[in-house]
Design a protein around this ligand. Structure first.
Ligand code: ZN
Length: 400
């Protein structure tokens, strides 16, 4: 605890000369993305330091422990059976609660873990310098704390708000999956989940990507009401994407994901805090605070499934299976994180967790083999597929 006070004090003295920059946002990002935290990989000392810091901040804002009487929710990341040196990891979500004695709750989330030294998941796989993850996702955590502080100023609200800093995201959304398997708020009492993953690189044109807009028929109207005139909102419908909102969408909860876009430092040691647009984070956090206030009086936000989950992939291929691949799976084959409603894979009988090892008579070593095979087929064709389900080979026929 003493350490935090010293670190904050040091940063504040640096910041006094830059009065126009929102100090607290910068303090949060700079500390979380500092080398001292060694890239915040799940299950490491750096993750633990980050978690302690987030609890310290949530306490000072006036939140209460959000997992029963606990700030933390622990979960296991199983060892990878295909990697002989892989070990089981224990990660922890940090959960703070703004209890307004309401019936329903809105969840605000941002993952705080990152890639450590980039042994797994790095876009610079041979560079084992610390991957500081300033944009990914110290930025989202700083926004989450900012929103928490603003909402805590309202004594009367029609919703409770639960703020979750997830861990295990980079290794496969483990923290958010663990929360939905064992939620501290029962899922039928969750009105919506709003996720921020990478909100630190707002561009000069102020265009942000908002996905999940198709998960409720009401989202677009609400978003248009809070959109500042100088902002561009780039909407996409899908509730499925490579971040934690997916875990909530798959349990039929309306979701939104805010994102300022890809860049060349993504998942590299160069994703550093000096490249972050701090004022941009504040602007986005204020938009989300306004959104929360618009959402607060709504009693019946509807939910709908979205149909364009694999839109990005579909742009490159004439056919898709309709699955969400596990992008961080290291074993042989392509592990399926989620089989999507009503699509080819579901019709063929594939299940979440299956590892696709053969398609159209060709072996699949990794996701790239899978993509290559997809590009060779057209709609209506029938091919054989082979998956590993709990270690047992299962064959099926897929119609694209
Ligand atoms: Zn991220």
């Amino acid at each position: 605890m003493l350490k935090f006070v010293c670190v904050n004090f040091l940063f504040l003295s640096v910041l006094i000369s830059h009065a126009q920059i929102p100090q607290q946002i910068q303090v949060d990002v700079v500390y979380l993305a500092s080398d001292e935290l060694e890239g915040r990989a799940t299950g490491t000392k750096g993750e633990n330091l980050a978690a302690n810091y987030i609890v310290h901040r949530m306490k000072s804002i006036g939140l209460s422990p959000g997992n029963m009487n606990n700030w933390y929710q622990s979960f296991k990341i199983p060892a990878n059976p295909h990697q002989s040196n892989s070990i089981e990891l224990t990660g922890k979500n940090v959960i703070g609660y703004l209890d307004r004695k309401a019936k329903n709750t809105i969840i605000i989330g941002a993952h705080y873990d990152h890639l450590g030294h980039g042994v797994v998941g790095s876009m610079a796989p041979n560079d084992h310098h610390i991957h500081n993850g300033a944009d990914d996702n110290a930025s989202g955590v700083s926004a989450l704390l900012w929103i928490a502080e603003k909402l805590a100023g309202y004594r009367k609200l029609n919703h409770n708000f639960l703020f979750i800093a997830f861990s295990g995201e980079e290794y496969g959304l483990y923290g958010s999956k663990a929360f939905m398997e064992n939620p501290s708020i029962s899922s039928d009492k969750i009105t919506a989940m709003i996720n921020m993953d990478m909100v630190g690189r707002l561009n000069a044109e102020k265009v942000i990507s908002i996905s999940g807009v198709g998960t409720s028929t009401q989202w677009k109207n609400i978003l248009e009401e809070v959109k500042p005139a100088d902002f561009g909102f780039n909407y996409s419908e899908s509730g499925v994407g490579p971040s934690d909102h997916t875990s909530f969408y798959l349990k039929n909860i309306p979701v939104l994901h805010f994102f300022t876009g890809q860049h060349k430092d993504y998942h590299k040691p160069t994703d550093d805090s000096y490249l972050v647009n701090y004022n941009g984070i504040v602007e986005i956090a204020n938009i989300i605070t306004d959104l929360c206030m618009k959402l607060d009086p709504i009693k019946n936000l509807d939910f709908q499934k979205t149909k364009d989950e694999n839109k990005q992939m579909a742009a490159d291929f004439k056919v898709t299976l309709g699955v969400m691949p596990d992008y961080v799976y290291n074993g042989t084959g392509m592990r399926i994180d989620a089989v999507l409603e009503g699509r080819a894979a579901m019709k063929a009988g594939m299940k979440d967790g299956d590892v696709l090892i053969q398609l159209a008579g060709k072996d699949i070593k990794d996701i790239y083999d899978y993509m290559k095979i997809l590009s060779e087929h057209t709609k209506g064709e029938k091919v054989k597929a082979k998956v590993l389900r709990k270690g047992i080979e299962v064959e099926m026929e897929v119609e694209f």
